[in-house]
Design a protein around this ligand. Structure first.
Ligand code: AQP
Length: 332
């Protein structure tokens, strides 16, 4: 097994992962566990940066964990765990907050977007310090590569800056991680507004993988395209059609140009129908596997606890080193 490590996380805030989460991130998690020491995390603490119903959050966390396993993350090949089970994440965050400039954090576009959506005054301080928690997640595992979608690139840059800053002030402690962004699927677009990324907070144009098959198929069949009829991969001029081609190509393991050629002369209807079929061919067995895992909560909790214990084995000594280097006196 390689000494190189990969880390990534996903929020449990919706009842179901959306297609962008799967294509942009989790699919790559599954692949990378074959060649890296892999740590994958349901980042429940990140979800607390916006209001949550406690019972819903508990259910969403169990469901998110089941979805990671159902997607192919294998506890025998990787370490899947829940962020709040490893207290070191919150502890290192505090140290990193002390190293982050207020102006630097203010430039994070995700904070600007999310805080303006609900009114800047009502945005939590947690939403502001979200990227430092993400940096702590990654740095605790001395991570080399972080598979994420394009929307996380800026947070990754901040993580790299914080690692370098810490290392140069206090001595070499953290690995400076690289973003692992697979260009083709880095930004799956909203089906109703193909200028925006697919996102659970815009449910109209978002495919939730655990939704009933009919709902999924209908959303894809009614995807916004354009007033032409020619199927062509041209993200700038034809974002809706190109998005459908990207989805279909990724799910059928083909090159996007090859897929586009197959629809020359056949119009948008056939493309939409095949994209819907491809999504369902993944989503239906995925949902069945999620249900199976959730039907045995005792076993799921056991796997979770095992993941947390293995994560802590790596995170605890890294946190202890960081605490010691910044001058905190050890407890005993
Ligand atoms: N549309 C997308 N295309 C490609 N990758 C995406 N990711 C999210 N949306 C897309 C990637 O999924 C991983 C998990 O992201 P997250 O935990 O930040 O999920 P999220 O932000 O809760 O997902 P949403 O739907 O995007 O939520 P909101 O509406 O809150 O913004 C990450 O690697 C992310 O890049």
């Amino acid at each position: 097994m390689s000494e190189r490590r990969v880390f990534s996380g996903i929020q449990p805030t919706a009842g179901s992962f959306q297609l962008g989460n799967y294509l942009g991130a989790i699919r790559h998690w599954v692949r990378l566990q074959e060649t890296y020491q892999a740590f994958y995390c349901v980042v429940d603490l990140h979800s607390l940066t916006v209001p949550q119903d406690p019972a819903e959050l508990r259910t969403a966390t169990m469901t998110a964990y089941a979805q990671i396993l159902a997607a192919g993350v294998d506890p025998a090949r990787s370490v899947p765990f829940v962020q709040s089970h490893v207290a070191e994440h919150a502890q290192l965050t505090w140290v990193l907050q002390g190293l982050t400039g207020f102006g630097e954090a203010s430039r994070m576009t995700q904070f600007k977007d999310k805080s303006t959506r609900g009114g800047a005054e009502s945005a939590s301080v947690g939403l502001f310090t979200y990227p430092m928690l993400m940096a702590a997640d990654i740095l605790l595992y001395r991570t080399h590569a972080v598979p994420v979608g394009e929307d996380q690139r800026q947070h990754l840059e901040l993580t790299r800056d914080l690692a370098q800053r810490f290392n140069s002030r206090f001595g070499d402690t953290f690995v400076v991680p690289e973003a692992h962004i697979v260009k083709e699927t880095a930004k799956i677009l909203d089906l109703q507004d193909p200028t925006a990324k697919m996102s659970k907070s815009q449910p109209g144009g978002c495919v939730f993988l655990l939704d009933p098959p009919k709902v999924i198929a209908k959303k894809i069949r009614s995807a916004v395209t354009d007033s032409e009829t020619e199927v062509r991969f041209d993200p700038a001029a034809k974002p809706g059609v190109s998005n459908l081609l990207t989805i279909l190509a990724a799910l059928t393991a083909r090159d996007v140009e090859t897929v586009a050629k197959a629809y020359q002369g056949s119009g948008y209807g056939a493309l939409k129908a095949d994209a819907a079929d491809a999504v369902l061919a993944f989503a239906e067995p995925f949902a069945a596997r999620v249900r199976e895992l959730l039907d045995d909560p005792g076993e799921l909790a056991r796997v979770m606890a095992d993941g947390a214990a293995r994560a802590r084995e790596v995170a605890a000594p890294v946190l202890a080193t960081a605490y010691q280097r910044v001058g905190l006196v050890p407890a005993g």
